[in-house]
Design a protein. Structure first.
Length: 271
């Protein structure tokens, strides 16, 4: 089987949003892209195309609910549901909550909110709720004073947006879910300083939630990475390299919730 390395003859242009999608990978024309980097990109593309299942919701999420400035789903005027911040320019208002999605163990799923019930067919949802839910043909289905089916969109592996609109009143309800208890964000700006007998690596933390890092190295473009150190801070010195050998490095951040995606990859010639 042949190993293939792709040479980019163009630049990528992505529309990104700070809270929705983050990547450590950026390329310039003529860059050589390893299979590891390309597979990471393909995994992210496939994630957005893959249908969401009921099991994908299981866990605890921060919830932001957005609806009409002067009302709720079903009636956009003259109503004052509780817990919302002041409206934004009279266009919409929001409130926040926490929701837990649970696998009931018998093929069904349920959800429990903390303070309010964003999952409504219509009305204010001013108290918490405990409901059954299902996912069928890209719709989030539940029953709360009537049947409801919300559209779903996976923004990233940690963000899902549910939404519905009442055509008669032009009212709407948007539920943004951000998963809690996450692995750290990817380290960035990995760089190296080479001296005789050592390669000093330094990088920038993706956020402040990491407990340690995993420094990985390989000695050929098509080789396999192995872990060479688990430093607690944003630096590591590799003293095991062989002079005149090219090494590739990448770094992952770790905490009790898991491991981040990898940092940018750099290649260095040992002295």
């Amino acid at each position: 089987m042949k190993n293939i390395i792709f040479i980019l003859l163009f630049t990528f242009s992505f529309q990104t949003y700070a809270d929705d999608y983050k990547t450590a990978q950026r390329f310039n024309a003529g860059d050589v892209v390893s299979a590891d980097v390309l597979n990471d990109i393909l995994d992210r593309i496939e994630l957005t195309l893959k249908s969401i299942t009921a099991a994908d919701f299981v866990g605890t999420w921060d919830l932001t609910q957005t609806t009409c400035a002067g009302g709720t789903l079903g009636n956009c005027s003259g109503l004052t549901p509780t817990g919302y911040s002041p409206s934004e320019d009279g266009l919409y208002k929001q409130r926040t909550d926490t929701v837990s999605f649970i696998d009931d163990g018998d093929g069904t799923y349920s959800l429990q909110t903390t303070n309010y019930c964003a999952f409504v067919r219509s009305g204010a949802g001013d108290s918490s709720c405990d409901l059954k839910y299902a996912v069928v043909d890209r719709r989030f289905i539940f029953q709360n004073s009537g049947d409801a089916a919300y559209s779903m969109q996976r923004i990233s592996d940690t963000r899902i947006v549910l939404s519905t609109m009442a055509s008669g009143s032009a009212s709407y309800n948007i539920i943004r879910l951000d998963k809690k208890a996450l692995p750290p964000a990817a380290p960035t700006s990995l760089a190296a300083t080479v001296s005789s007998g050592s390669i000093a690596l330094i990088w920038t933390a993706g956020d402040a939630t990491e407990d340690s890092y995993d420094v990985q190295r390989k000695s050929s473009a098509t080789g396999t990475y192995t872990s060479i150190g688990l430093p607690p801070t944003e630096s590591y010195t590799d003293t095991t390299g062989v002079a005149a050998t090219t090494y590739w490095y990448r770094v992952f951040a770790k905490n009790t919730n898991g491991t981040s995606i990898g940092s940018n990859v750099i290649s260095v010639v040992a002295q």
